[in-house]
Design a protein around this ligand. Structure first.
Ligand SMILES: Cc1cc2nc3c(=O)[nH]c(=O)nc-3n(C[C@H](O)[C@H](O)[C@H](O)COP(=O)(O)O)c2cc1C
Length: 190
């Protein structure tokens, strides 16, 4: 089973990264490896709405997104991990989502969705927000849902933690790390 993860926080060893590490630890109990993309360190241009993918389903921008396209196409499990920024996903995550417009064209215009894998593709969305406002989770989840469905991931689970703001504050949360560990196990157990 191929598992990939996108880390969308710019804060090294911040709450999102700590949470994602626990999820990965859970997955590793199944002797699986997770390929993680630290988006903040990648050179990825935002979508230019150039129409270059309309007829081919292929993006014409040549950058580090090429490796991500390949991995999204062949993954059985996809994890998006993001802090909530201005009631939504971080820009780091949003950039790769927008660049998946080529998958949208492939699926809906060219009628060539990414084929189902033998493990049934599944997703996991991990969110951390400093405020205690659900609207951030709702907005981020709507965008993540549009992404997952576009890349033919029919189901995803969302795990969110609010009121977690200072760097490392997630370590003091009563259940977050355990919840993330269990979510990792659950993601790959079926
Ligand atoms: C630019 C920016 C915007 C933010 N906007 C929100 C927000 O809309 N809602 C919220 O709950 N927290 C917001 N926060 C707080 C972060 O979500 C919070 O600090 C989180 O723990 C950061 O995770 P990290 O340590 O993985 O970077 C914002 C933080 C920044 C830097």
């Amino acid at each position: 089973m191929k598992v990939i993860a996108f880390l969308g926080s710019p804060r090294e060893n911040g709450n999102t990264e700590l949470l994602l590490k626990e999820t990965i630890r859970g997955i590793e109990t199944f002797r699986l490896k997770v390929k993680t993309f630290n988006l903040n360190n990648m050179d990825i241009t935002p979508c230019q709405n150039c129409g270059g993918c309309d007829e081919s389903g292929e993006c014409i921008i040549d950058d580090e997104m090429s490796e991500i396209y390949q991995n999204i196409r062949t993954a059985d499990r996809i994890i998006l991990a993001s802090p909530i920024f201005f009631f939504s996903l971080s820009a780091q995550v949003k950039i790769i989502i927008d660049r998946c417009q080529c998958f949208w064209c492939e699926k809906y215009l060219l009628k060539r969705p990414i084929p189902e894998s033998k493990y049934s593709r599944k997703g996991l969305l991990l969110l951390v927000g400093g405020m205690k406002k659900e609207i951030g989770v709702q907005c981020a989840d709507s965008t993540a849902k549009a992404f997952f469905r576009t890349v033919s991931v029919p189901k995803h689970k969302t795990l969110s933690f609010l009121g977690v703001d200072a760097k490392g504050a997630i370590l003091k949360h009563p259940t977050a790390l355990k919840d993330a560990f269990e979510a990792g196990k659950e993601l790959v157990s079926t």
